[in-house]
Design a binder for this molecule. Sequence first.
Ligand code: NOJ
Length: 447
Amino acid sequence: MNRSDFGEDFCWGVSTAAYQIEGGITADGKGPSIWDVFTQKKNKIFGGHNGNIACDYYNKFTEDIYLIYQLKIPHYRFSIAWSRIFPEGVGRINYKGIDFYNKVINLCLELDIEPWITLYHWDLPEELQKKGGWTNRDVIQWFSNYVSCCVQHFGDRVSNWIVLNEPMVFTGAGYFLGVHAPGKKGLNNFLSAVHHAALCQSAGGNIIKSLQTSSNVGTSFSHSHVEPYRQEDEKDQKAAVRVDALLNRLFLEPVLGMGYPIDDLPILKRMEKHIKGNDMQDLHFKMDFTGLQVYTRELIQHDFWMPFVQARLIKASDRFVHHTIMNWEVHPNSIYEAIKKFNQYEGINKIIITENGAAFDDFFYGESIIDDLRKDYIKSHLKKLLKAKEEGFKVNGYFIWTLTDNFEWAEGYKPKFGLIHVDFNTQKRTIKDSGKWYRDFLSSAGL
Ligand code: NOJ
């Protein structure tokens, strides 16, 4: 397998997100985000960690973008911290925030690295959360205003946009389970956040298109290939369908104009009270590409006592299968299954794997950092991706998660996903073997 097998126009990249790397949480007028506040609460984050400094990318972005250049990675996906641009979420623009992202974008272009902007990667301005955040319908206005501002200021140099990152995860973990910021719980919070985020997905897309006709717009969905725990058991099979609807179809189908997957997940009927006027039509937006983020598969068992879905996930460690530090099963065929499934939807034109990667411990050997498990993970997933492509399924790009070790949300700094090691005491960066492998792979066909 080498790069040329994937074709000349296949996009190769690496992805990051603002809160996980930037630090500088009050620098140059940035306002607080829900993650700045959530990480201060007791017992929410592993080891009491936070993103106050993280990889200090706010000061070290030049070094990090040069590392992308050194690794010969042609596409770079990063997110914008909304509260750097609008410290209060709406109203006053902080031009120092705009300057920062201008520097990032300009450096990418100087080095011939194509920028991809994620507009929302989970760090809502705290001032908006005080008004209910994603559960307040006004978020559509707030978000639209923020999106227009970004396109107006960066759209002369950036044409690739990801409207939302993994909406299912930020609504599910943040507004239902309460394990991510802002730590809200319950079905009502969740369903209103889902509906408003789904409306923002299409509203954001429409705004970008109206301001920049040549734009390349998509959104990024988390996707875990779901299977029944006991393949032959009818109850497990039905439970798997419900979980698939919840985890994988909840945001995808409305944007494709198919509405919410209520038939397979009847609890979604309770969404009705949040739906107004033309909402069901407004959810529809024709994306230029669909971002797909694949890490693992989930095995599902029927569980009568589990509220709303009557189903539970059987953890990888309880199944004694090879898994990462996140306790996610290593299951490369999941990427193949996801690509195949997304190909069956009419209305999906292009598929970009906007994240795939693995958290494993690294081993120092002299000056080298050996991370064969990560390297094997990436290679085995690429092989399955190639298989899908060779069978004629659309798949147009692959971005590794992630450039440097960073703040992994509720798990703090423990899981390390980076192609580059960061010593968080000194902020020294060291390219791991997986990073060198990616560089050599990308150079292999001399494209
Ligand atoms: C999904 C998220 O987009 C990213 O922020 C996270 O770090 C990775 N997956 C790994 O969990």
